[in-house]
Design a protein around this ligand. Structure first.
Ligand SMILES: Cc1ncc(COP(=O)(O)O)c(C=O)c1O
Length: 376
């Protein structure tokens, strides 16, 4: 046992965020208003998108985007290897998720799966920019264009990632972000829908605030998915630091990459061609057939060495009880990865010594648990 502890994703709000939150609290103007508009404007300038609509969470952002696109019974192609909200919000919007497998190296939606699982009811594709990597956007868009499909991107983990030189927020039709504390920037809880589609943006604005157009006049039924002004104030300060947060994440990721180079006992996520990965998570996939322990035993041993870790995600969504009625066969890559994946410490509030320590412990345990091959 060790006394050192490297946390998985620590976050420290600085004096600037605390001061910004304090100012709002002192003003007494707490409900969504001017600060949230300022955050949306700053988000538009930062990402280059035409419309940004703040929401109370990334889950709410997805719900709103799906509601703005789907009709009841529409099918949406979604990767099985993601956080539940990508698919659960399709259901909550009246649609039906159709689970697809992922690419074995980038761990994102396999475009070949789209053509395979199309039906006359397919309305849209939900691509997930997993762990800060980007999907193969070019191929997915080409298929969507050919088949007349909409696209909702789940970029909860990928604020600040770019693809072919453009911010992910600029891609059609709508891109959903989360500001949960482990994300590339935080507001505590919060989210954003980015879109270049004016009609969609207007619909999302209506839906997020009870279809409200003037006091107690409701054009449609909707929700309270508003952001609070304290959250927006924190978010504005966080957004102004996004570049330095991501620079730090990349620097730390490079330490892992260098340390792990050439090790055949596990793989790291391949960066999609054209993507500039923002390393929201740094995860490895263990080659468990080369180890004498399971992933879960390895994870426990790593924690015992002072390196906090987590499993994102222990099963594909098609294997979740909540979706038992929607299972559509074996998805080999999602199933294999969910048994081997392990997320290592990553945060702009960790330092190079932390990451060197974490990588050394991973390599130490890989060696310790290496399956010994008996030579014939
Ligand atoms: C891929 C993905 N989608 C959606 C969400 C939902 O975001 P939130 O937790 O802000 O509701 C998350 C965050 O956990 C996520 O990682």
């Amino acid at each position: 046992m060790t006394s050192r502890k490297v946390l998985l994703s620590p976050i420290h709000l600085q004096d600037r965020e605390i001061q910004a939150a304090n100012e709002v609290m002192r003003s007494g103007r707490l409900r969504e208003g001017a600060k949230t508009r300022e955050l949306e404007e700053a988000f538009k300038s930062r990402t280059g998108v035409s419309h940004a609509v703040a929401a109370s969470s990334g889950t709410a952002a997805l719900h709103l985007a799906y509601l703005a696109m789907l009709q009841p019974g529409d099918e949406v192609l979604v990767p099985s290897f993601t956080f539940i909200a990508t698919a659960s919000m399709i259901v909550m919007a009246g649609g039906r998720p159709v689970f697809c497998d992922i690419e074995p190296d980038t761990w994102t939606l396999d475009p070949a799966e789209i053509e395979k699982r199309l039906t006359p009811k397919t309305k849209a594709i939900a691509g997930v920019h997993l762990f800060g990597n980007a999907c193969d956007i070019a191929t997915i868009q080409k298929i969507a264009d050919k088949r007349g499909l909409g696209i909702i991107w789940d970029a909860a983990q990928a604020l600040g990632t770019s693809y072919q030189g453009r911010d992910l927020a600029q891609y059609r039709d709508a891109v959903c972000f989360s500001f949960y504390p482990t994300k590339n920037m935080t507001t505590g809880e919060g989210g954003m829908v980015a879109t270049n589609d004016e009609v969609m943006a207007a619909k999302i604005r209506l839906l997020k605030n009870h279809g409200h157009t003037e006091k107690y006049v409701h054009q449609i039924v909707g929700f309270n998915y508003r952001m609070s002004e304290v959250e927006a104030a924190i978010g504005k300060v966080q957004l102004s630091q996004l570049d330095s947060f991501i620079e730090k994440r990349k620097k730390l990721a490079n330490i892992y990459i260098e340390a792990f180079r050439g090790n055949a006992s596990f793989k790291i996520q391949s960066v999609t061609a054209g993507a500039n990965h923002s390393y929201n998570y740094f995860s490895i996939a263990l080659n468990t057939d080369q180890l004498s322990v399971s992933r879960d035993e390895f994870a426990k041993a790593l924690d015992g060495e002072g390196v906090q870790n987590a499993v994102h995600y222990p099963r594909g969504l098609h294997q979740q009880p909540a979706f038992s009625g929607l299972a559509n066969g074996v998805l080999p890559h999602a199933e294999s990865l969910s048994g081997r994946i392990l997320s290592l410490p990553m945060s702009p509030f960790l330092n190079e010594v932390d990451i060197r320590y974490a990588s050394e412990k991973v390599l130490f345990l890989i060696k310790k648990f290496a399956r010994r091959h008996v030579l014939a």
